[in-house]
Write a protein that binds this ligand. Sequence first.
Ligand code: SF4
Length: 694
Amino acid sequence: VIDQGVPDRSVVTTCAYCGVGCSFEAQMKGDKLVRMVPYKGGDANHGHSCVKGRFAFGYASHPDRLTTPMIRESIDQPWREASWEEAIGFAASRLKAIQAEHGRESIGGITSSRCTNEETYLVQKLIRAAFGNNNTDTCARVCHSPTGYGLKTTLGESAGTQTFDSVMKADAIIVIGANPTDAHPVFGSLMRKRLRQGAKLIVADPRYIDLLKTPHLSEAQHLPLRPGTNVALINALGHVVVTEGLEDKAFVTKRCDTEAYQSWRGFIADPRHSPEASEMITGVPAEAVRQAARTYATAGNGAIYYGLGVTEHSQGSTMVMGIANLAMATGNIGREGVGVNPLRGQNNVQGSCDMGSFPHELPGYQHVADPIARGRFEAAWGVTLDNEPGLRIPNMFDAAIEGSFKALYVQGEDIAQSDPNTQHVEAALRSLDCLIVQDIFLNETAKFAHVLLPGSSFLEKDGTFTNAERRINRVRKVMPPVAGKQDWEITQDLANALGYPMHYTHPSEIMDEIAQLTPSFTGVSYAKLEEYGSLQWPCNDDNPQGMPTMHEISFPIGLGRFAITEYVATEERTNRRFPLLLTTGRILSQYNVGAQTRRTDNQQWHNEDVLELHPSDAELRGVRDGDWLGITSRSGQTVLRARLSDRMQPGVVYTTFHHPGSGANVITTDNSDWATNCPEYKVTAVQVEKVSQP
Ligand code: SF4
């Protein structure tokens, strides 16, 4: 839905797709959105945009939008329309009855990385203050939770170190397990600009990504590692740095914990981490690893960017720490052009983590066991808070099946489609006595719900999103919510119905409370956001205008902490029955499970997920391009069309997960990161065979 007339007004707001956080002018004619024009004053995008933010906004006015609350006694009954008052009252009385019968810990909730900071803050507050437990988690559990753990452990802060613009000062760029030109397109274009100016490129990825095809590259290396072997590769890079004397000794001596460094140095110098030893595991030639390590360590400014190809592994947190080790050892931290930079997938993954969505952390990553932090929240919220971490999402599913977890409030997240091992998730949802789904569409999760609360799109609300560079951007209401309430108002109504009073009249008041309770946000306010356009946290008395580059003088933990990163092979192994490794990723025109983009004209560019496989694997199986393939793993089966591609290495196959019928999560496994339970989506052993059309 584009170019429907001459606009009569415009509102500057933030794209609700990826973690780049581009600013747009939403141009309106009457009550209709006619155009999204990239905003030149946007600090993250400087007037650039991609095909999603620019064109894929029609979902907000799609006829599938939920417009009326609905309730039902049990999931085998039909839905019945209800007033807001009745639906909220129904949900609250069920939650109260369940807690009375099964205990305080029997209910919990999940916040959305699609919603605003203020909305996610309010959901975790509802859970901690009104439910009275810490059973709050976020959809970041399944994407960047290892980033939170790994960066906090080594650098002391759970966030990327740089601005996007910093890449223009990088001399060597390592991209690991990310595909920026498809998944973070505006930043991918900026990176390409720097590469055309002469920066050297190293890509560690099982698949040959488009960035490697950038014209006029001065130097580019592809390290096509086997899925699941990231840690062996990062250790080999560290080994070369240490054994060839490429460390920045002055940086390490001044900025890092010496004991931890010496311990890491001894560990990484061991021959079992040599490029030759690593080649046996990763498949990447030793000489290529040596060259990559030398390029990065000697370039001047070396910057590392990574995505879900790092985090969504059983060693996701180990790998994040390995990346931080490498950056610290080479002194590539604390100035422009360097750093460790997670590319966040969803618009507000950073924000949902910052806002205290995790079961062990209050807003601002303050641990629930910290009595001083907890005391601040208790005084402000007027309750006594639990000092024990609550349940993570996979623990909630297990407890639901086992019978002790009975009710779940889900804000803007389709867990039935996006979490791994669909059969297990569905069994858990089916076990619940009360599932409350707050969303803009009737999603797969809603099939198991008792209460449906229609949410609001990004065009219908005020608030803030925080992008991958810690930049807090304003989201401004362009039109009224189609169902009459913004998401924060729904959560507030539910809290009041449960007997816990909330009386905010505008999201700016919620931000004021966040600023009062969160040390890294004390300088943030809507007035200041109006004045500066955006602010990068930490924004406080020490940094009143925010902090573009982190760790310039010291780390929040004082000295940087090297971590021991032993490689442990994933339990997901190939064998004669499952001889191929499946890995997954995204495509430019679609977004995550496709709930939004599939309801826009972007659908014409990508209307099905396919299985990419190397021509040699296809030939072995008598498969031609376009044939239907049955894909079987230890968890399940699905059917996809074949696409022959020499982007893949033999033995590795690849698919996207944008369409519900693709069944990508029917075949993924239960394996997860040892520290955070982030699912190992990126490694599944499969067999592929030709089948007749499904
Ligand atoms: Fe939106 Fe990301 Fe595209 Fe920017 S790059 S327009 S934030 S989808």
